[in-house]
Design a binder for this molecule. Structure first.
Ligand code: GLU
Length: 474
């Protein structure tokens, strides 16, 4: 590409970074990184009543967690209001805009008349060509764009294709309200121009805005950025995404135990594809990403797929790195602080690291992993769940007595030696391995299911393992 690519992510800070926004940010990020360009961040905070600093922080935090970085400092749209006004003045001076003195009552009457005549409610152009000397006394005007009345406005969209809007449907939009505040439509255009944005990638709910914004770009004689309007994310049933089906903030996914890398992969596949590839490293996605492979129909969010992908990434992530992600997750889940406190004690991190290979084989999320790791920090004597309590009948407890003796004699406390010894014990008692492993598992973990029993023995260490077995033995 001849020109350096500059994209932007432009969230309105009225809430957390929701999943649709996260995907928009990801597409902007992948596109700019693919082209060796930049992604800028603009906080659209002109709606002072609805914008909060907490929301700004939550959005930056969500992006950071997802591993999506931006170039330069975030730009506050509200801080640029003088520049927005300056452009409006310029448009007035150039005859591209005009002062409109219509009152709320005038506008209501216009809408009513249009409705009565079966036309869409549009501004009727009353003040478009009127001489400014006719302006009523003491009425503060709004400023409107002198939009073309005929012809059409074309948006050549990288995803939607060529979309044509008859200009008669795009009336003279307001650039500045009568209270002197610039409108959102104007601010976006001025900012995109001043920030040197070459590509606008956003949700297709902004497609009509794209036509209106194009008119403003053209009025100013500015290059119109290339547009790409991506279909929204729907639920698995094809309906608008509901909370239950995933319309949540990035922080909710973090607290549900998903890895940022899995989220990036999953979100990228929501609307974009590269052949049949399901699992793609971030580097591969950067290499392959392009708007031509973004589909036109809404992608469907599917928790099952996300879980499976997350399970894959958990298994594929090196233990030390997984431990860091786990700690991040623990900061955000109920009871996580207790686990973090346990991890901070002497040797416990090493214990957790030793247990991770066994744990990550089975868990699909870090929350599941936390639950199945809980045998590590639960205190003796262990509370048993129902399944474990059923397993630990008298017969099983008697077996544990023998096992205690056998395992006490194992020379090296390693998985292989322990396995040999447990198997020999089962053979000697003429029992299936499961008949021995089940009580052992129940005694060691207090649960009916757990990671591999030899992994558990190794992670707990000799002393704790033997103590837990003795606790349940008779
Ligand atoms: N602030 C808008 C939103 O959050 C995005 C506007 C844009 O990307 O042009 O939906």
């Amino acid at each position: 590409m001849a020109q350096d690519v500059v994209t932007r992510f432009a969230p309105s800070p009225t809430g957390y970074l929701h999943i649709g926004g996260a995907r928009t940010a990801l597409f902007n990020w992948l596109f700019s990184r693919h082209h060796g360009g930049k992604m800028l961040l603009r906080i659209e905070d002109t709606d002072r009543a609805r914008s909060t600093q907490e929301a700004v922080d939550a959005i930056l935090d969500g992006l950071t967690w997802l591993g999506l970085d931006w170039d330069g400092e975030p730009i506050s749209q509200a801080s640029r209001v003088d520049r927005h006004k300056e452009v409006v003045e310029q448009m007035l001076a150039q005859g591209k805009a005009y002062r409109c003195y219509a009152t709320q009552e005038d506008l209501a009457a216009m809408r009513e008349k249009a409705r009565a005549e079966g036309r869409p409610p549009r501004y009727d152009g009353t003040w478009r060509d009127r001489d400014p000397s006719e302006a009523p006394e003491g009425v503060a005007p709004a400023i409107r764009l002198k939009a073309p009345l005929e012809g059409e406005t074309v948006v050549d969209d990288l995803v939607q294709g060529r979309v044509t809007f008859p200009n008669k449907d795009l009336d003279d939009l307001v650039l500045m309200r009568s209270d002197g505040t610039p409108t959102y439509m104007l601010a976006v255009v001025v900012d995109d121009h001043d920030m040197g944005i070459t590509h606008i990638i956003r949700g297709d709910d902004h497609l009509t805005n794209a036509a209106r914004q194009t008119l403003i770009f053209q009025a100013m004689g500015w290059d119109v950025p290339v547009m790409a309007h991506i279909p929204l994310i729907h639920g698995p049933d094809g309906a608008k995404l509901s909370k239950r089906h995933g319309a949540l903030g990035a922080e909710a996914y973090r607290a549900m135990g998903y890895l940022p890398e899995a989220m990036r992969n999953y979100l990228a596949r929501l609307g974009w594809s590269h052949g049949d590839e399901e699992i793609m490293s971030t580097d591969d996605m950067i290499k392959w990403f392009g708007m031509e492979a973004v589909g036109k129909s809404p992608a469907r969010f599917d928790f099952k797929k996300l879980e499976n992908l997350n399970g894959h990434y958990m298994r594929a992530t090196a233990d030390a790195e997984l431990l860091q992600h786990w700690k991040t997750c623990l900061e955000h889940i109920d009871g996580g602080q207790d686990v973090l406190a346990w991890l901070a004690e002497a040797d416990h991190e090493a214990t957790a690291l030793a247990a991770l290979p066994g744990l990550k084989e089975r868990a699909k999320t870090l929350v599941e992993l936390t639950e199945s790791a809980s045998y590590l920090w639960r205190q003796r004597p262990l509370d048993c769940d129902e399944k474990a309590a059923n397993i630990l009948n008298d017969e099983a407890r008697a077996l544990l007595s023998g096992l205690h003796e056998t395992l006490s004699a194992v020379p090296t406390w390693e998985a292989e030696a322990l396995e040999v010894s447990v198997k020999a014990f089962a053979e000697e008692k003429e029992l299936k391995l499961g008949k021995v492993a089940q009580p052992l598992r129940a005694a060691l973990t207090g649960r009916g299911t757990s990671p591999g029993i030899y992994d558990v023995l190794v992670a707990l260490g000799r002393e704790e393992s033997l103590n837990r077995i003795r606790d349940q033995a008779i």
